[in-house]
Design a protein around this ligand. Structure first.
Ligand code: GAR
Length: 218
């Protein structure tokens, strides 16, 4: 089986995009990044992608105004023209219509900066701190029409510290994101995931007995 052809959709700085591009340079990685698309002209990630030798495209959402489906048809045409097989959302700040989600059913991944199903939506780190949770993290999941829902492929967690600010917490979670997004894409692209009853199962090795307890009593 050849490498899966992957497009990454971004709206901003594209640090997760960069981690996917970097991982995909490995010879044995089962996916290749063939295209980066931004819905925002001049998004910082575009320059990073070009510097890495990846083809980029901009399909601006703004000119389409409220006509989300017209924007998505233009976006979809771009993906299809590049023979894209898998789509990775990486800080792509657009709500997607059921039509677009259906085009990529089971073939579109998203990363969210929280341990879903907790903290869907925005300002996840602020809300986690306000609630005083002791463990927080990030989730890679398949995209379904409902926002920040869909079968969970992989999660990574960090301990929350008493002196965390949204910024310090975000930085530690981001480092986890950069690890789990390439790993999750590897699982999906190699055919190691299957969806059963709305839940993602994988033939990856289960984690060893690695408890994360926070705060730790020492
Ligand atoms: C990431 O933290 C990602 O998890 C988050 O936006 C950031 C994008 O950063 N996504 C969401 O909040 C989606 N609801 P990046 O452009 O550097 O990858």
């Amino acid at each position: 089986m050849g490498k899966r052809r992957v497009a990454i959709l971004i709206s901003g700085r594209g640090s997760n995009m960069a981690s996917l591009i970097e991982a995909a340079t490995a010879k044995n990685f089962p996916a290749e990044i063939v295209l980066v698309v931004s819905n925002i002209a001049g998004a910082g990630g575009l320059e990073k992608a070009r510097a890495a030798g990846i083809e980029t495209a901009t399909v601006e959402s703004k000119p389409f105004g409220k006509d989300r489906e017209a924007f998505e048809r233009a976006l979809n045409d771009t993906l299809v023209a590049h023979n894209v097989q898998l789509v990775c959302l990486a800080g792509f700040l657009r709500l997607l219509t059921p039509w677009f989600v259906k085009q990529w059913d089971g073939r579109m991944l998203n990363i969210h900066p929280a341990l879903l199903p907790s903290y869907r939506g925005l300002h996840t780190h602020e809300r986690a701190l306000a609630d005083g949770v002791k463990i927080h993290g990030a989730t890679v999941h398949f995209v379904v029409p409902e926002m920040d829902a869909g079968p969970i492929i992989m999660q990574g967690a960090v301990a929350v510290r008493d002196d965390d600010t949204p910024e310090t917490l975000a930085a530690r979670v981001l480092a986890v994101e950069h690890q789990i997004y390439p790993d999750a894409l590897r699982l999906v692209a190699s055919g190691s995931t299957r969806i059963e009853g709305g839940v993602c199962r994988t033939s990856a090795n289960a984690s060893p007995d690695d408890r994360l307890i926070a705060p730790a009593i020492i």
